[in-house]
Design a protein around this ligand. Structure first.
Ligand code: TYM
Length: 339
């Protein structure tokens, strides 16, 4: 088993990233210790240049996000933790795969449509080819499992399509170059929504900071954000069906259940008939209890520049070694002479 996943170092790590992806990374890392598999987790800094960005902020955010991942429980001694830019094979393999990826496939990617919006002609080429780099990220390491939130599933399906076409076009049937990766999406937290709008995903790029709970927020801010979350005046129902048409209420109940490791049904059974005046303080307490200790570790670590640089340098060395055979096999399969 080889587990590979990444996160863009843009902005701060939020509750959606944590529940949708990072918590699963940590669980898989811990399971690997028994199964003898390997985990690679990385900062997708190459992806971050697909949108307008400030170089100094990107540099700082890459280090901060490294600290955030370690604070969440990613252990650089057990998992390979690195940033893409220190492993040139990601960019190299991406180019090799652009010969296999089809325009029609990329044209279907919803993230490009969302992020380019009405300004398609003004979007960067990197934003368009972004999913090919993401395919390279996982195929380079022969990933078998890729823990992600729901929004990344389409990109993973593309990675499978690219791998399959490459194997078909350039490899003997009994000697494929690439493994087809499976996305692992936690059903209870596949898509955590904004605290201001229950129909929009919680996101680092939402202009309203009140829309998300950041790992970097202090406990008072976390509690305030929960208490100010948009809701409706109705009490909570006893059954899930009673939340139909109430996206904000459903989101808060789902977050509560995901943090607690129960189910929305179990949460409703406890709070049925009560209003948000009772639910929100309980939820705020749960959020602070869960994220508070992680935040504490994060605050201490993010100032330790030397350790963070060392973690990334060591991770990159290890990642480069792991990627060598696949990159070589891809060059060879395409008939490229590297000398
Ligand atoms: P990114 O940086 O947007 O998010 C990191 C991870 O967090 C998940 N996530 C969420 N899950 C549930 N609810 C939400 N509101 C929410 N918001 C974010 C994302 O699904 C993701 O798993 N393209 C990727 C980074 C990437 C990558 C990869 C991932 C680059 N290469 C290879 C996996 C494999 C991205 O921008 O994620």
């Amino acid at each position: 088993m080889r587990v590979v996943s990444g996160i863009q170092p843009t902005g701060s790590l939020h509750l959606g990233n944590y529940l949708g992806a990072i918590r699963n990374w940590v669980r898989m890392q811990d399971a690997m210790a028994e199964d003898g598999g390997q985990c690679l987790f990385f900062l997708a800094d190459l992806h971050a240049i697909s949108m307008p960005h400030n170089p100094a902020e990107l540099r700082a955010a890459t280090l901060e996000m490294t600290a955030a991942l370690v604070a969440c429980g990613i252990d650089p001694a057990r998992s390979v933790l690195f940033n893409q830019a220190q492993v040139p094979a990601h960019a190299e393999l991406q180019w090799l795969l652009t010969g296999t990826a089809r325009m029609g496939w990329l044209n279907r990617m919803t993230q490009f449509k969302d992020k380019s919006g009405k300004n398609r002609e003004g979007a960067s080429v990197a934003l368009y080819t972004y999913p090919v780099l993401q395919a390279a990220d996982v195929l380079l390491y022969q990933a078998t499992h890729v823990p992600v939130g729901e929004d990344q599933k389409q990109h993973l399906e593309l990675a499978r399509d690219i791998a399959q076409k490459f194997n078909n076009d350039f490899c003997e049937p009994d000697a494929p170059v690439f493994t087809l990766p499976d996305p692992i999406v936690p059903p209870e937290a596949a898509r955590i929504m904004s605290l201001r709008d229950g129909t929009a995903k919680m996101s680092k790029s939402d202009p309203s900071d009140m829309s998300r709970i950041n790992l970097a927020d202090n406990p008072d801010t976390m509690a305030k954000k929960v208490k100010k979350a948009k809701t409706d005046p109705e009490p909570l129902p006893g059954e899930l069906a009673g939340l139909a048409g109430r996206p904000e209420a459903l989101n808060l109940v789902s977050i509560y259940a995901a943090i607690e490791g129960s189910s929305p049904e179990a949460v409703l059974a406890r709070f049925a008939g009560q209003g948000f005046g009772a639910f929100k303080p309980a939820m705020a307490e749960l959020v602070v209890e869960t994220l508070g200790p992680i935040r504490q570790r994060f605050v201490e670590l993010k100032e330790d520049r030397e350790s963070l640089d060392a973690i990334l340098a060591r991770g990159a060395l290890h990642a480069r070694d792991i990627g060598v055979p696949t990159l070589k096999a891809a060059y060879d399969a395409l008939g490229l002479i590297r000398g």
